[in-house]
Design a protein around this ligand. Sequence first.
Ligand SMILES: [Zn+2]
Length: 92
Amino acid sequence: MHTGDEVYVTRTGKFYHYFDDDCPTTSRILKGKTSAKKVKEEDAIKMGYTLCKHCSKEYAEDLAERKGCGAAAFFFLTTGISASFMLLFFGT
Ligand SMILES: [Zn+2]
């Protein structure tokens, strides 16, 4: 999803960052406290930048969250089914 997107690189840092203010560095960039430029992610990699650990962690958590939503939907579905079973039981 992020591939080919623009990322932030700071002047002094070795890492590039996604535009996600969960990362403390991106947060500072967005607030104007750290100067950074936007480059394509592939160009950042070519220039020797590596993905910020914080950003990569957030990205992994994003993916996990999306999976988590699916699990939650499944959970609600199953509780919905057991609720109707209960209704059936008490109805008779
Ligand atoms: Zn970052």
